[in-house]
Write a protein that binds this ligand. Structure first.
Ligand code: TRP
Length: 340
């Protein structure tokens, strides 16, 4: 497959862009750098950004909290600069076609394929008491999300690459039987910023399900961000050098800095050369604080208006349904479901 690993370049015009984030838990600096921040590269394209609430159900959720987090994520999309008039920002469960197409695609997906998914293996280890069928077929629902909108490009973090690949396989298999029903999507993963690591265990990916001090949340106050970065694990040398193998903590801070400043790692290394880890941490913390400040204040404004967000989500669900129905009708017809 052609894989798009790129620096700052947005793809050509007239393409459908689709991405989603689950509303389960805090949105971290890793989600922001790996996914959310890249979404605005596609501002002038036909883009859909979804709150993947159905996916969240594969792990037990507190209902009140899930409702709150879904609104919160939608508000965050807008706070990060995505215009909800231009882009379709919506909740997955407001568009019933996702679940409907997922059922059909389940019948075109093999157990063996799903068994190879590394996220399924990881999650079934983490939630050994609740290895449900939804967790197993999670990638099929994700394929339905993407394929419903004839998507060309899927901006995601590196961890989701395998899921975009299985989506392509399912789509190609289906097209092979019924003709060109689905557009085959490409993943879009930014090269330099694909993976942000945990602050307390920098050999592991930053994850919202790990202890609080291991990640920075998009909702952390400036002082919390400063404290967490100050406590980030480094090493016993004193040299600021990018070397993920031997110096994972320092390298992670350099990655964060270069990502947020849109410069190269070498550039950041040069800027800080000769300085100590204190200076590195201060630079990282201040850059994060500055980046998050306008997002956090816009986010608060959006949620303070009680009617704005619900209205936007209703309007956008209707737009998404209209697009999704076109594909679903075609699929129903092709597979032979009687539609009088
Ligand atoms: N599985 C993705 C994640 O956990 C979220 C997701 C759901 C998604 N549907 C999608 C991402 C469709 C891209 C496209 O991050």
């Amino acid at each position: 497959m052609t894989e798009i690993l790129t620096e700052n370049k947005a793809p050509d015009k007239k393409q459908v862009i689709y991405s989603a984030i689950q509303p389960s838990g805090n949105i971290t600096l890793g989600n922001y750098i790996g996914a959310l921040r890249n979404f605005s590269l596609f501002e002038d394209k036909e883009s859909l950004f979804c709150v993947a609430d159905l996916h969240s159900l594969t792990v037990r959720q507190d209902p009140a909290q899930l409702r709150k987090r879904s609104q919160s994520l939608a508000a965050l999309y807008i706070a990060c600069g995505l215009d909800p008039e231009k882009n379709v920002i919506y909740c997955q469960s407001h568009v019933p076609q996702h679940a409907e197409l997922a059922w059909i695609l389940n019948c075109y997906t093999y157990m063996g394929e799903l068994n190879r998914m590394t996220q399924f293996k990881d999650k079934s280890q983490k939630h050994a008491d609740n290895i449900n069928a939804g967790l197993f077929t999670y990638p099929v629902l994700m394929a339905a999300d993407i394929l419903l909108y004839q998507t060309n490009i899927v901006p995601v973090g590196l961890d989701q690459k395998q899921h975009v690949e299985i989506c392509r396989d399912i789509a190609q298999r289906f097209n092979g039987v019924y003709g060109d029903v689905f557009q085959i999507p490409e993943p879009y993963i930014r090269k330099t910023t694909a993976k942000i690591m945990s602050l307390s265990e920098p050999t592991k990916k930053m994850s919202k399900s790990d202890p609080d001090e291991s990640f920075v949340s998009l909702f952390d106050e400036p002082d919390v961000i400063r404290r967490k970065i100050k406590r980030a694990v480094t090493d016993s040398e004193a040299e600021i050098r990018f070397d993920p193998e031997n110096k994972p903590g320092v390298s992670n801070l350099l990655t964060i800095l270069s990502a947020l400043k849109n410069t190269t790692i070498e550039e950041v290394e040069k800027e800080l050369s000769g300085l100590g880890y204190g200076a590195l941490k201060e630079a990282a913390a201040e850059t994060i604080v500055t980046e998050f400040a306008p997002i956090q204040s816009r986010y608060k404004e959006i949620l303070a208006d009680k009617t704005y967000l619900p209205n936007i989500l209703k309007e956008n669900a209707a737009r998404a349904q209209y697009m999704a129905l076109k594909t679903l009708r075609k699929v129903y017809k092709k597979v032979g479901l009687y539609q009088p």
